[in-house]
Write a protein that binds this ligand. Structure first.
Ligand code: SF4
Length: 111
């Protein structure tokens, strides 16, 4: 086995579990569906994903990541995304996501 820095084999960056009964668990993935980060490593950290906040049965603030595709969209892209945000992790304090990172609501008022 080679250290990853010495190999061109990028198989460690992702895989698709095509036998999973929940696939595709997030809508909108355009590249290979990466299942490697099924449990997102950023769940307890600051991230740029479009999460919503809810309060669980123990009164704790949690992220609802249903509409986030960042850890899943393409093996290389999602690997690079996770590595970048884990390089300087900042503990998430339970705040709502910055509106800059949320999907824009369509304006139906214009005619
Ligand atoms: S919003 Fe996306 S990137 Fe952030 S913790 Fe959830 S799944 Fe991970």
């Amino acid at each position: 086995m080679q250290p990853k820095d010495l190999t061109d084999n990028e198989a460690y960056k992702g895989f698709t579990n095509s036998d999973c009964p929940f696939l595709p668990c997030h809508a909108g993935v355009k590249r290979e569906f990466n299942c490697l980060f099924c449990y997102c490593p950023l769940i307890a950290y600051e991230c740029p994903g479009p999460y919503q906040v809810f309060t669980d049965a123990n009164g704790l603030q949690r992220k609802d990541c249903s509409s986030c595709t960042l850890p899943h969209d393409g093996y290389r892209a999602s690997w690079a995304f996770i590595q970048k945000w884990l390089a300087r992790p900042v503990i998430w304090d339970g705040h709502a996501q910055d509106p800059r990172y949320l999907p824009r609501k369509k304006d139906h008022s214009a005619s």
